[in-house]
Design a protein around this ligand. Structure first.
Ligand SMILES: [Fe+2]
Length: 308
């Protein structure tokens, strides 16, 4: 099994099967990346991606040994265009389902089965093509922003759940958790949520209350599992304790919570916002990878391999 990752995520200790560029220096070379010189040469080359063999690497490459990416992303006999239109259709349908499901939660009539069709669409879309799903959900209108963001996070979490060997049942929960993680935003006034300029301290405080509000909203319903509650409440925590609402540190942040955090931030960075351009996947992954004190680097790598 070989990982295809952007070159910006390369580290010493990785075993390189191939550097995807025409540069003669690397042609036919398979080697353990051990020196800064080799690393700098690859970074300076015209290659965008590098094939890495996790089983021959000296460091943890983020993917459990023996896990086949094909299990997650099987070759579906569809052309790119067909995949795109299927995914676009699935997303617009799922966004409508999610909007309806959220309005029921707000009025106190939560029914987890309402989210099953959206969860199925997302699971199918991520199997069809993770990069296309990430691209299709990148553009969000003001009205549907939270819904499409939740669908994107749900899809990426499903992919990382598979890649992390979390099993079918837990991965299904991750899909639902992705759909529900920002449900607390329903209780934040829209003018604050959609404000283009800088938030005041008071507004920032209100926005930052959404994980706790979402948790309080969902915990009234016995059909919402502890795992989903935990993800909803702690998805803005950071490994070094600088996150919110509780400032939990790494030892209190489970793998499913970390998965949500990485997917959430990745989607935020790569989305078009009124005040910023969308970052490319490579830019976002690199930015997160360089912040190992906040994000689990193994998961950033795993996300890189999912999207390549
Ligand atoms: Fe959030």
């Amino acid at each position: 099994m070989v990982l295809r990752i952007p070159k910006s995520l390369l580290r010493k200790g990785m075993y390189i099967e191939s550097v995807e560029c025409a540069d003669l220096e690397f042609s036919g070379r398979r080697f353990l990346l051990e020196t800064d010189t080799d690393l700098r040469t690859i970074l300076a080359s015209s290659a965008e991606n590098v094939l890495v063999n996790p089983e021959r690497s000296r460091i943890d490459c983020g993917v459990p040994v023996g896990r086949r990416l094909d299990d997650v992303n099987p070759s579906v006999p569809l052309r790119e265009g067909e995949k795109r239109s299927q995914i676009q259709h699935a997303i617009s349908h799922a966004a409508a389902t999610l909007r309806e499901g959220f309005s029921h939660i707000k009025s106190g009539k939560f029914d987890i089965d309402r989210f099953a069709p959206a969860a199925r669409s997302i699971a199918t879309s991520i199997r069809l093509s993770p990069p296309v799903l990430a691209e299709v959900t990148r553009l969000k209108t003001k009205d549907e922003g939270t819904y499409v963001h939740s669908l994107a996070v749900s899809g990426l979490m499903t992919g990382l759940g598979h890649l992390s060997d979390l099993g079918e049942e837990t991965t299904r929960e991750l899909t639902i958790a992705g759909l529900l993680h920002d449900v607390g935003k329903l209780l934040i006034p829209n003018p604050i949520l959609n404000k283009v300029g800088k938030l005041t301290e008071a507004e920032r405080h209100i926005v930052r209350s959404h994980p706790e509000r979402g948790y309080q909203l969902l915990k009234r319903y016995p059909e919402v599992s502890d795992l989903i509650l935990e993800i909803c409440r702690f998805h803005h925590e950071a490994l070094d304790g600088s996150g919110y609402p509780l400032g939990l540190r790494a030892d209190r942040l489970s793998l499913p919570i970390r998965i949500c955090t990485v997917c959430d931030v990745f989607d935020a960075l790569t989305s078009v916002r009124p005040y910023k351009r969308a970052w490319t996947s490579t830019e976002a992954l690199k930015w997160m990878f360089e912040r190992g004190h906040l994000f689990d680097r193994r998961l950033v790598l795993r996300l890189g391999s999912l999207l390549n």
